[in-house]
Design a binder for this molecule. Structure first.
Ligand SMILES: Nc1ncnc2c1ncn2[C@@H]1O[C@H](COP(=O)(O)OP(=O)(O)OP(=O)(O)O)[C@@H](O)[C@H]1O
Ligand SMILES: [Mg+2]
Length: 396
């Protein structure tokens, strides 16, 4: 008996897959093209800065990647040497240095990894662009991570670099992607004002829009007739409840397909979606967890374990720290101090993995309470154990 599956090509459901067609983002794509029209019509005359905002799973990444492919193709036809680079700031640990290194490596894969400052890397990048007559559009995705880590300095340098290069062609344009536009307030006034003029806001998808997105994706990923209408409806409905998050709906479908296969069903039923919803942790992404620093992972592991020992909705920071220290022992790591853990807690709360709130004042000794609103502690622990196994310890 041959192995039966509902999938035609499940890679089309992967988070890194860019679909050929974007549903319900035409006007935003057109606007983006409009902002960069000069890049193909009069290259070198000016550069552009655009900000894209929208909540989780509203298509910020996919929109910019689609745009990048389209515009480089058009430039090629016009014999313009235009490159597009997509950099994820969070995956580069919010480090300006690593971000610039990725950009330089796009042109010179063998460029030495050490011995340069961020400043020098930026100069090197501009030099490469000048020497090879290249125009560059760089997307800084998940920019909050860079701002959180290094403040306003990097954006200041990036937005000023062209101004110090009088008489030369304008070469570096930026697209900044942020979930929360409020991060912009952390930048200094002049940087903010050079950035703020062109903002494209992506609204959360409605249930109907999610349905269209899913139907397109189903044609690419599933065999014909394996995903009935009611299943699509339910996946869209759940995505809608998750604040219009398309990623959530797509991941539900993928998992539901896996359940159908495992059970030998020829169709993906609503029941499979319900099962998937029980196991997908919404709004938290595996890669968000896998790119955390080693000690942040250990801290989170402590938290996940603690939550499995309690029926209460919250744990205290003291309990979290204690659990963390036990985890450190197990992994042979030297525990970080209280202040550092406090920072981890704040950062994990910003990511949305945990919730941190002041305890009600009737409790003795004011403390912060940690909540785990979105993910089963058991799943979180499993995920962390997996990634900790694969992470080599850095500087412990
Ligand atoms: N308009 C669309 N048409 C087709 N697929 C889409 C559309 N919008 C989003 N998607 C798909 O939904 C998923 C989430 O989109 P994307 O990763 O771009 O969201 P995001 O806004 O960058 O989210 P985050 O803030 O978490 O980074 C991806 O798989 C993407 O391909
Ligand atoms: Mg994204």
């Amino acid at each position: 008996m041959s192995y039966a599956t509902v999938f035609r090509d499940e890679t089309r459901l992967d988070i890194n897959y860019t679909p050929p067609k974007l549903q319900h983002r035409n006007s935003q794509l057109r606007l983006l093209n409009e902002y960069f029209r000069h890049a193909i019509e009069t290259p070198g005359k000016m550069t552009q800065r655009v900000i894209i905002t929208g909540s989780v799973g509203t298509g910020k990444t996919v929109l910019t990647q689609r745009f990048g492919r389209d515009i480089t193709r058009e430039a090629e036809q016009r014999h313009i040497n235009l490159h597009y680079i997509h950099v994820n700031c969070r995956q580069n640990k919010g480090s300006f240095f690593l971000i610039l290194q990725q950009m330089v490596a796009h042109f010179h894969p063998g460029f030495p990894r050490r011995g340069y400052s961020a400043e020098e890397l930026l100069q090197t990048l501009m030099q490469i662009l000048d020497d090879q007559n290249i125009y560059l559009i760089a997307t800084l995705d998940e920019l909050a991570s860079l701002i959180q880590n290094e403040g306003s300095e990097p954006m200041y340098k990036l937005s000023r670099i062209e101004e110090t290069r009088t008489k030369k062609s304008r070469r570096l344009s930026l697209i900044c992607v942020l979930r929360e536009p409020s991060w912009l307030s952390k930048l200094d006034a002049s940087t903010r004002s050079t950035l703020q003029n062109n903002i494209i806001q992506l609204d959360s998808y409605t249930k109907d829009q999610l349905e269209d997105i899913l139907n397109d994706r189903i044609k690419l990923a599933f065999k014909e007739g394996t995903v009935p209408f009611e299943t699509v409806m339910l996946a869209a409905e759940l995505g809608d409840e998750e604040a219009g998050n398309a990623r959530y709906s797509i991941e539900l479908l993928w998992r539901a397909g896996k359940y159908a296969d495992a059970e030998g069903d020829k169709e993906v039923a609503p029941e499979h979606i319900r099962k998937a919803a029980g196991s997908v942790y919404s709004s938290i992404r595996k890669d968000e967890i896998s790119t955390l620093d080693y000690h942040k992972k250990l801290f989170l592991l402590g938290i996940a374990r603690r939550f499995q020992q309690t029926r209460s909705a919250h744990i205290t920071t003291g309990e979290a720290e204690e659990s963390y220290r036990i985890a450190c022992e197990e992994f042979n790591a030297k525990p970080r101090g209280h202040t550092q853990l406090w920072k981890y807690m704040k950062e994990l709360a910003v990511l949305g993995v945990i919730k941190a709130e002041p305890s009600p004042s009737n409790r003795v000794g004011k403390t912060t309470l940690i909540g785990l609103p979105r993910i089963a502690a058991v799943d979180l622990e499993k995920e962390l154990n997996n990634t900790l196994k694969h992470t080599k310890r850095g500087h412990v």
